[in-house]
Design a protein around this ligand. Structure first.
Ligand code: FES
Length: 203
C-alpha cells in the first residue's frame, strides 16, 4: 500500500486507526473459519479508504490560513506561513527541544531544517499533540500571549500547555516529548498536495 511507512504518528489517532484495523482483520478471520475454501481475500473498500491518500487543493490558501483535512483518522493541517513567520523560526532554536528535528521518527527523510517543509511557506503537519493527542490551537500571530510574552506564532495545546512553533517544533520545558509529526506527502502540481504518498512514489 503506497502510504504505509515509518511515519505513522504515535498518538491517540493512530491507536484508533489500529483498533479499527484490528476489528476488520478479526471479522475476516471469522469468515475464513466459516468458509474454508476461499482462495484469496481482497481488502474491503472501507479498509482501503482508511489508508488511502488524500488530495488537497491549496489554490485559495492565504497567508496565515489553515486548511484542515482528515487522513487515516487524523487531522492534517496545511498552513501558509508569512515571511515574518519564516524569519522568526531560526530565532527560536535555542528555546526548542529538537530544533533540527534530529529525531527521524517525527518526519519523512525529505523534511529537513528549521522549516520542516517541502516548500518554505507551506507547512504540513499532523494536528495532534505528541503528549497525549489533544489537538493544539493555532496561534499564528507574532504577539505576546498569556502563555508566552515573546510568542513568535505557533501552536498551543490547552490540555497540558505544550507549545510548538509554526514548524511544529516543540518548546523546551513542556510535556510534549517530540515535535509535531509531518505526514508523508508530495506536490502533484503547484497547488495540489497529496497526503500519504512520498515524493519518490508520487508525481
Ligand atoms: S496533550 Fe497536549 S500537552 Fe498534553
Amino acid at each position: 500500500m503506497a502510504n504505509q511507512g515509518v511515519h505513522d504518528p504515535i498518538n491517540t489517532g493512530r491507536r484508533r486507526f489500529l483498533t479499527a484495523t484490528t476489528a476488520v482483520v478479526g471479522a475476516v478471520g471469522a469468515g475464513f473459519a466459516a468458509v474454508p475454501f476461499i482462495k484469496s481475500w481482497n481488502p474491503s473498500a472501507r479498509a482501503k479508504l482508511a489508508g488511502a491518500p488524500v488530495t488537497a487543493d491549496i489554490t485559495g490558501l492565504a497567508e496565515g490560513q489553515r486548511l484542515i483535512l482528515e487522513w487515516r483518522g487524523q487531522p492534517i493541517w496545511i498552513v501558509k506561513r508569512s515571511k515574518a513567520i519564516l524569519d522568526a523560526l531560526p530565532t527560536l532554536d535555542g528555546h526548542l527541544r529538537d530544533p533540527k528535528s534530529d529525531n527521524k521518527d517525527q518526519q519523512p527523510a525529505y523534511i529537513t531544517g528549521e522549516l520542516r517543509s517541502i516548500k518554505p511557506d507551506i507547512s504540513v503537519l499532523v494536528g495532534l499533540c505528541t503528549h497525549l493527542g489533544c489537538s493544539p490551537e493555532m496561534k499564528a500571530e507574532i504577539r505576546p500571549e498569556p502563555f508566552d510574552p515573546e510568542w513568535k506564532g505557533g501552536y498551543f495545546c490547552p490540555c497540558h500547555k505544550s507549545r510548538f512553533d509554526m514548524a511544529g517544533r516543540v518548546f523546551q520545558g513542556v510535556p510534549a516529548p517530540i515535535n509535531l509529526l509531518v505526514p508523508p506527502h508530495h506536490y502533484e502540481n503547484d497547488n495540489t498536495i497529496v497526503i500519504g504518498v512520498d515524493p519518490a512514489k508520487g508525481a
